[in-house]
Design a protein around this ligand. Structure first.
Ligand code: ASP
Length: 442
């Protein structure tokens, strides 16, 4: 018998009734043996995720405002006790809430506080399914730098989970090198699901969410885009990094080396096929040119021009050291013979940092000219089919020119898996629409 790991996201855990639907999904397939859950998310537009309330609690504790903390924690209490009522079973959730509140008041820390949504949600799911609860702190380990310690985690995960033929595990956290609870970045429950899948060598990692898979383009921008039936790990990485946020962009790493496929499924439409994320594509590349399009706004490009730059040994190294020593990473580095551009997330450049960097670059490499574009959006057109289908870039750029969009930057990865264009942020939506119409709506 195979093993499937199911991870249910925040909207699939948002209310008692939805949790019961998720439990039904688990029970409908005996291979669904390990379940990872997120904290209750939004039930409707304008609702607040339990994790957001917990971060608010932590802010209030840090500010020493106990009354505000109590009020916010009260809202979390209501969320969980309502879930218990809807489920209609005694789940002793009040005990868990009291313990969490006391620990937070006694200085358990920000990550502990943020993790309690997942902890309590997993307790509930375990009770509903009648399956053991296994805490993520038993096997998810971080190193001194705060990164996931994959080796330790997979070894411990295999050892711990082999004692349980079935288990429910909270997502989003593990144990830091200092022995305290530590969380992943936001949305990190997807990484936890992937860790569990890798630890038990699952045949499939099912990620249950509120959409029926990855869309070829953001449905908020184009009308009714199709779902992508199958993506490779690499394509997923490109698309999720560029803003297609169905799945956390780091969640493929644990399963990738073991080649475990991921399936994105919809808790509210479990019959839909969803999107499979696999190591090697089984699609015929003659059937499709582009797999998907995604984009992000708010970047700045810094361009340096200098005659004979290509012959100047160490030029790029010196430029990169200016940002490297400030802990700033760059997204892209398109270059010509005498030009070099760095594309950097605006987050890094606030409060005069951009000017500081430019001044130091001028002093270090003495360029003939420096200029910046401060409102750039990056749009990635992604797909393994692009390398094999002649004329893809011609189609893309013709579509952009016909839409009157000025392209500031072009970067094509050497694997020919993507073409990234940089345009003014104001052209972001039109750019996505033009590429979508060319490849998916023709
Ligand atoms: N609850 C966490 C968040 O809201 C983690 C997750 O849902 O994956 O970011």
């Amino acid at each position: 018998m195979g093993i499937k790991v199911c991870k249910f996201g925040g909207t699939s855990m948002a209310s008692g009734n939805v949790i019961l639907s998720a439990a039904k999904i688990v029970e409908s397939d005996s291979e669904r043996r390990y379940v990872v859950v997120s904290a209750p998310g939004k039930r409707f537009g304008g609702d607040i995720k339990v994790t957001d309330l917990l971060y608010q609690c932590s802010d209030e504790i840090e500010a020493g405002d106990i009354a505000a903390f109590k009020e916010t924690f009260g809202k979390i209490r209501v969320r969980f006790t309502n879930i218990e009522k809807e489920i209609g079973k005694e789940l002793h959730i009040e005990d868990g809430l009291n313990e969490a509140e006391n620990e937070i008041l006694n200085g358990a820390g920000r990550d502990y506080c943020a993790s309690r949504g997942e902890f309590l949600a997993a307790k509930i799911m375990a009770a509903v399914l009648g399956v053991p609860f296994v805490d993520a702190t038993e096997f998810v380990r971080f190193d001194e730098n705060g990164a996931l310690d994959q080796e330790k985690t997979f070894a411990l995960g295999a050892e711990v989970l082999k004692q349980y033929p079935r288990a429910v595990i909270p997502g989003f956290y593990g144990l830091g090198a200092n022995g305290k609870v530590k969380t992943f970045s936001r949305g990190g429950g997807d990484i936890s699901g992937s860790i569990v899948a890798r630890s038990v060598y699952a045949n499939l990692y099912e990620n249950w969410t509120d959409v029926s898979g990855f869309y070829v383009c953001d449905p908020r921008i184009v009308d009714s885009p199709k779902c992508i039936p199958e993506l490779t790990y690499q394509e997923l990485r490109e698309l999720s990094y560029m803003g297609a946020n169905v799945l956390h962009s780091e969640s493929i790493f644990p399963v990738r080396s073991a080649g475990i496929p991921i399936r994105i499924c919809n808790t509210f439409r479990p019959e839909d096929a969803g999107t499979y994320i696999v190591k090697n594509s089984t699609r015929d590349i003659r059937d499709y040119v582009v797999t998907g399009i995604a984009g992000k706004k708010d970047f700045t490009s810094i361009t340096l021009e200098k005659s004979l730059m290509n012959a100047e040994v160490g030029f790029v190294g010196k430029v990169l050291s200016v940002i490297g020593k400030r802990g700033i990473s760059f997204e892209h580095l398109p270059s010509g013979i005498d030009t070099l551009s760095l594309v950097i997330d605006n987050e890094y450049l606030k409060g005069g940092v951009l000017q500081e960097i430019i001044d130091e670059m001028v002093a270090t490499v003495n360029p003939d000219k420096v200029y910046t574009h401060e409102n750039i959006a990056l749009i990635a057109t992604v797909g393994h089919g692009m390398a094999k289908n002649v004329g893809t870039s011609a189609r893309l750029f013709k579509a952009l020119s016909e839409a009157g969009i000025n392209v500031n930057m072009i970067d094509q990865g050497s694997s020919e898996l993507n073409i990234i264009v940089g345009v003014e942020s104001k052209d972001y939506v039109d750019c996505l629409k033009a590429i979508y119409n060319e490849f998916f709506n023709a």
